[in-house]
Design a protein around this ligand. Structure first.
Ligand SMILES: [Zn+2]
Ligand SMILES: [Zn+2]
Length: 263
């Protein structure tokens, strides 16, 4: 029975919550060892009675990961007591850059939990969701190599980042209202509008205004269907098709959608 070895996992394994997943699994199975991010590869050194079960569970991956190969080799490296997440290797690294992922259901729940730390905070994210591609400056994917570097974590965020029981354990995009990016609403002349940017912008849209929304990866120009003629006139693109956002109910009214497309 193998009790020790080096496990190499290749594929989309960074920015997808893989290291915290390895850590959590190791703790659950009483494994000693280390995990390290090498770009398109996560390298795990592990020792413990549950070694084969550990490898089996790792091969399941996380919701956003995609494992191409998982290989186990013998190792005579010294294994530390307990389990540690090591600094990522830097230098000439290749690897897949993970995509931005829409806010997950659990984070949406956090945003709507009254009195919670993330109540109403638009940039709430976790290891399973949030921006990746749009904020990565270089690999490997760690906070100091992303645009989030400009937002030092507050105490409670740091605690959550370091807590293996948390969904935000080693979540590089962790941020809250106290420490993270903030929204602002500007008039066309650049002067700021006081108040809750998100709700005022929504009201402006309802009133027929055209609002340019600067997101993580660029601008969306938004308006309601009533104002779209004016927008096309302003852009000088009368024939241009535009992406339409609507509720599921509205979409069912105006479009024929296959089961696969609904999914
Ligand atoms: Zn999430
Ligand atoms: Zn914070």
């Amino acid at each position: 029975m193998q009790v020790k070895g080096q496990i190499s996992i290749k594929g989309i394994v960074q920015g997808v919550g893989f290291r915290p997943f390895v850590y959590k699994t190791a703790r659950e199975l009483g494994m000693n060892g280390t995990v390290r991010n090498l770009g398109s590869e996560v390298l795990v050194l592990a020792e413990g009675d549950n070694f084969s079960e550990f490898v089996r569970r790792l091969s399941r991956g996380t919701p956003l990961s995609h494992i191409d190969t998982i290989t186990v080799t013998d190792s005579d490296e010294t294994v530390p007591n307990g389990f540690k997440i090591l600094e990522s290797a830097t230098g000439t690294l290749s690897g897949f850059i993970p995509a931005d992922v829409a806010t997950c259901d659990e984070c949406i729940q956090d945003i709507f939990t009254p009195g919670g730390r993330y109540e109403g905070y638009w940039a709430t994210s976790c290891v399973n969701c949030g921006p990746r591609y749009s904020i990565i400056c270089s690999l490997p994917y760690d906070r100091e190599r992303t645009r989030m570097d400009a937002f030092p974590m507050c105490g409670p965020c740091r605690d959550e980042y370091g807590n293996p029981a948390s969904r935000r354990h080693h979540a590089q995009t962790i941020a809250c209202d106290a420490c993270g990016p903030a929204l602002s609403l500007l008039r066309t002349d650049g002067t700021p509008v006081e108040g809750d940017s998100l709700h005022i912008a929504a009201e402006l849209l309802d009133e027929g205004a055209v609002v340019a929304i600067r997101g993580l990866g660029g601008f969306h120009i938004a308006c309601t269907t009533e104002a779209v003629g004016r927008l096309k006139g302003t852009l000088g693109r009368q024939e241009q098709p535009l992406a339409v956002m609507a509720t599921a109910e509205k979409i069912a009214e105006v479009a024929i959608v296959s089961a696969a497309e609904w999914k």
